[in-house]
Write a new protein. Structure first.
Length: 117
């Protein structure tokens, strides 16, 4: 079992930055793809970014490409999502997840990000 705890969310003005963290405990996760998703009110949950276990490969949704950067520190069992140039449409609850056997099997409780215009 893996436990994931997100932190770093908050209220920020448009154009500002936030860094989200996702700390994992339980089973070792440093061989797994990690991902971030978000869900805005009334909308489906959507993919934001993912990173391979080595950190050598990342993938981003088009909506955040060039503004968000995902990194991981396997020694600390933590993944970081640096979010710059935030827009009001980035407002959502952000979730981290761990992939196992090809699907995201473990999820955190989420952290709220609110971007004011």
């Amino acid at each position: 079992q893996v436990q994931l705890v997100e932190s770093g969310g908050g209220l920020v003005q448009a154009g500002g930055s936030l860094r989200l963290s996702c700390a994992a405990s339980g089973r070792t996760f440093n061989r797994n793809v990690m991902g971030w998703f978000r869900q805005a009110p009334g909308k489906e949950r959507e993919f934001v970014a993912s990173i391979t276990w080595s950190g050598s490969s990342t993938s981003y949704a088009d909506s955040v490409k060039g503004r968000f950067t995902l990194s991981r520190d396997n020694a600390k069992n933590t993944v970081y999502l640096q979010m710059n140039s935030l827009k009001p449409e980035d407002t959502a609850v952000y979730y981290c997840a761990v992939m196992r056997l090809g699907e995201y099997a473990y999820w955190g409780q989420g952290t709220q990000v609110t971007v004011s215009s």
